[in-house]
Design a protein around this ligand. Sequence first.
Ligand code: CTP
Length: 412
Amino acid sequence: MLQGRKILLGVTGSIAAYKSAFLVRALIKKGAEVRVVMTAAAEQFLPPVTLATLSRHPVLRDLTEPTAATWNNHIHLAHWADLFVVAPATANTLAKMACGLCDNLLTAIYLSVRCPVVLAPAMDTDMWHHPATQANVHTLRQRGHHLMPVESGELASGLVGEGRLPEPDQIVAYIEELLQKKTGVPRLEGLHALVTAGPTHEPIDPVRYIGNHSTGKMGIALTEALLEEGAQVTLILGPSAVAAPASERLHVVRVQTAKEMYQQALRFFPDAQVVVMAAAVADFTPHQPSAQKIKKGAQKELTLTLQPTADILSELGRQKKNGQVLVGFALETENELANARQKLEEKNLDGIVLNSLNEPGAGFGHDTNRITILDREGHAHAFPLKSKREAADDIVTFILSLLGRQTAEHTS
Ligand code: CTP
């Protein structure tokens, strides 16, 4: 997989920089071409000659080389690479990347790369958990970069917690998996997918609504994953502040209420071969929203009468034809597997993605999710905590297996 692949490795100033020597050696052994760029701080932890020897190329650090009177062309390097990996990536370099600062060769290269970017953070646990670092990580993820999960354990400071750089063989495995996905022929080309995402807002009066904590991140990550596989995607998006990806193959339909989502889902359903209902649809809506703002007046209490909304997924399950794959989500707080399986059966789904509200880092608002996918054969595929984008890739892989199976059933 790595034979002949051009990997540009950025090494920044962390005690974990020593691991990059093992990383370079492993990449070279697998046949990759490796060029290394280090920051000045990284050189304090690992002499460049080590990485130069292992990579068989000079290690680059500065935009200019005063002794040789040459200029290291960062654009040329950036365009040369099939993959830009920064391991270890310090809090400082992540912050610079998030802001677009380019005061060294590594960050200047970053601003010019066109290839996928893998970032393997390493830092002390307090630095990792600091809201500033987490905000930068969030920005970089949103930008579509691949952030490897940090390891937990004993840190150089003696503290124990999250922040360790993954081991070199884990980084190599991550890179191989990523390149495999990127180089494969798009597997959903020509196929139309329908995705719903976000919450719905059910009006009480012109000022207030009943909503939920969904942000739409999971459905948008799924949209990205489906687009990456070449699908044509219609995204029905509830009131969400998260930006949908820019693509000519994406049609975004904005809705507010469960009723609007129902109407739009039914409109696009007949032409969709794959449908994923990631939206958190309100189950109840005010019976008669007030045309005017409800005044507080002297009322001691206010009673709202709610009526059930139509269950979109159940209706799609009823209308489903041969060749259509229908996947739902289940957000549960108790009896998770049993409840999810019941929804799978009752709504006539081909699969259901269970995420639990009891799980730290999973569910509403987070950038990460821990999912379990249940299929009709009674299997439950449990995945570890991952970024929502990576969880979306797992769901797409599951959908691909369903499509493969349907084709096999059809032709047999
Ligand atoms: N769903 C839907 N229409 C609704 C409610 C839910 O299409 N009116 C879909 C969701 O998009 C999700 C699945 O049904 O894919 C399960 O939603 P969830 O809220 O977990 O379950 P409900 O069916 O609403 O049941 P309950 O609230 O009792 O758990």
